[in-house]
Ligand binder design. Structure first.
Ligand SMILES: Cc1cc2nc3c(=O)[nH]c(=O)nc-3n(C[C@H](O)[C@H](O)[C@H](O)COP(=O)(O)OP(=O)(O)OC[C@H]3O[C@@H](n4cnc5c(N)ncnc54)[C@H](O)[C@@H]3O)c2cc1C
Length: 239
């Protein structure tokens, strides 16, 4: 078995290394001490193509050219050597937001949500954790109630959400059937899995962003979903 990195894996590693040397290292101390979230820096990072390392070309990625998950991992690991917060900003966008859409979304959802995440023009987030639901995700209290027109109304609170408040595209987990315990969480097991209703654009109707702590090691937010409206949607498959 050949354990050497392929050319494209080495390219991704070098891309991340050069970005770390030139863009992250010179400013990490100041950003850390002053708690600066540098949006221009994040935008530049997203434009490098790392977000698309393993997705197919039809979604804007390099997967058909030999890019793979290891290429992505190598790049994230390299970035984290310079700035763990910036690395998690990228990995939340790819692993937590783009990847579930890729795995479970319909083609229409992929076109709408996955492509901009892969191309690095949008930032993603994943809202699972709540004040009373961390490790035990079945303690979810956010609810998604289906309306007569097929849309859902979400109510609840989320905490520790990486890129929360900054992201353009969110996957939000919510209880659709409390009587089923963790099987009643829409994102985990029902047929309308992951994306059903729950890829909510930030601008739809966030009632209030309660707190926006900033720090250069990652930006996490606490927010409340208050009568947040989400469209009816399907998943291509369930877990
Ligand atoms: C920087 C950062 C970024 C984050 N980003 C996101 C994000 O983007 N989206 C999101 O949804 N969440 C995010 N989180 C939240 C993270 O996923 C939770 O912190 C995690 O799930 C743990 O939940 P908790 O903090 O409530 O700890 P708890 O669940 O209260 O756990 C506390 C401790 O108890 C232990 N423990 C818990 N249950 C058991 C058990 N049954 N047996 C043995 N030990 C147990 C745990 O291992 C842990 O050590 C982020 C957190 C941080 C710190």
């Amino acid at each position: 078995m050949d354990f050497n990195l392929t050319d494209i894996q080495q390219d991704f590693l070098k891309l991340a290394h050069d970005f770390g040397e030139k863009k992250l290292a010179p400013t990490i101390t100041e950003r850390d001490h002053k708690g600066i979230y540098d949006k221009d820096l994040i935008d530049e990072l997203l434009s490098l193509g790392i977000t698309g390392a393993y997705f197919e070309e039809k979604y804007g990625g390099s997967g058909d050219d030999g890019g793979d998950v290891l290429s992505y991992i190598l790049a994230v690991e390299e970035l984290a050597k310079y700035d763990a917060g910036v690395a998690i900003t990228l990995s939340a966008t790819v692993s937590l937001c783009a990847n579930p859409i890729w795995q479970f979304g319909t083609e229409a959802q992929k076109e709408k949500f996955l492509v901009p995440l892969v191309e690095g023009t949008k930032l993603g987030a994943f809202g699972l954790t709540e004040p009373n639901a961390g490790t035990d995700a079945s303690g979810q209290q956010t609810v998604a109630v289906k309306n007569d027109d097929g849309t859902y109304t979400l109510n609840g609170s989320k905490i520790f959400i990486t890129n929360g408040g900054a992201a353009d595209i969110y996957i939000i987990f919510a209880m659709t059937d409390k009587s089923k315990g963790n099987h009643g969480i829409t994102a985990s097991s029902s047929k309308t899995a992951c994306l059903a209703s729950l890829s909510v654009r930030k601008k739809t109707r966030w009632a209030s962003i309660l707190r926006r702590p900033w720090n250069s090691y990652s930006r996490t937010s606490k927010f409340r979903l208050k009568t947040c409206s989400a469209k009816k949607a399907k998943a291509s498959r369930s877990l």
